[in-house]
Design a protein around this ligand. Sequence first.
Ligand SMILES: Nc1ncnc2c1ncn2[C@@H]1O[C@H](COP(=O)(O)OP(=O)(O)OP(=O)(O)O)[C@@H](O)[C@H]1O
Length: 251
Amino acid sequence: MTTIIEAKDLNLFYSEFHALKGVNLTIPEKAVTAFIGPSGCGKSTLLRTLNRMNDMIVGTRIEGKLIINDTDIYSQEVDVETLRKKVGMVFQQPNPFPKSIYDNVAYGPRLHGIKNKQKLDEIVETSLKSAALWDEVKDHLKRSALSISGGQQQRLCIARALAVNPDILLMDEATSALDPISTLKIEELVQDLRDRYTIVMVTHNMHQAARVSNQTVFFLNGEVVEYDDTEKLFSNPSDKRTEDYISGRFG
Ligand SMILES: Nc1ncnc2c1ncn2[C@@H]1O[C@H](COP(=O)(O)OP(=O)(O)OP(=O)(O)O)[C@@H](O)[C@H]1O
């Protein structure tokens, strides 16, 4: 598999606190990578470094390299807006804008200069289809995004992220606020999308990681302990700490 993301000796500090310690990691293209580990071990922190969301947190300092598509995304010439177009993100709580379903999906493309109605209609339809939401909303695209269910809102947020044609989709506990049926729908969606996008997901749910990911990364205290094919990591981990965690001895 081709590597799309590579962290080299990556360290991250929140002021004095050393949150990521010497992370070395490769993430394959067009596959699902899951980050697992106990609370506070740095999963979301690493996820946020991938589209520079940490830039917004005062006092954050990064050392080392984070390479995406052959570019060190922390080098000075990188334009953060362009990076975030290529690296979309979906959060724990569905966060649609208080606008119509249509306008949520068209938001990013409009921001990037697309004004043609027919083109926007096409993008909205394709994105909603990719997010497995089209059939449920196609007859009321003008309805407020806040009027649909939480699970539908989360799929709408995925459609909104896909509408700007990203390479990578980051999902930070994207199902933890959802009921089991909505969770299953998103898991199925992730599996559908993984041929076309690189997906990196943080999950508290080891079963979810085992069900949907190709590669799993196990974190502990800001370090990457081990990463491997998901099947291998869950059936035959190399590190005793991984084994202890996946067998429920801590965390
Ligand atoms: N903005 C911040 N300022 C200071 N410390 C932070 C900040 N965000 C996170 N931390 C600390 O960094 C460490 C890693 O946090 P992070 O949210 O990345 O962990 P996590 O593995 O995603 O945890 P969880 O599974 O509970 O979401 C924790 O000790 C956390 O308290």
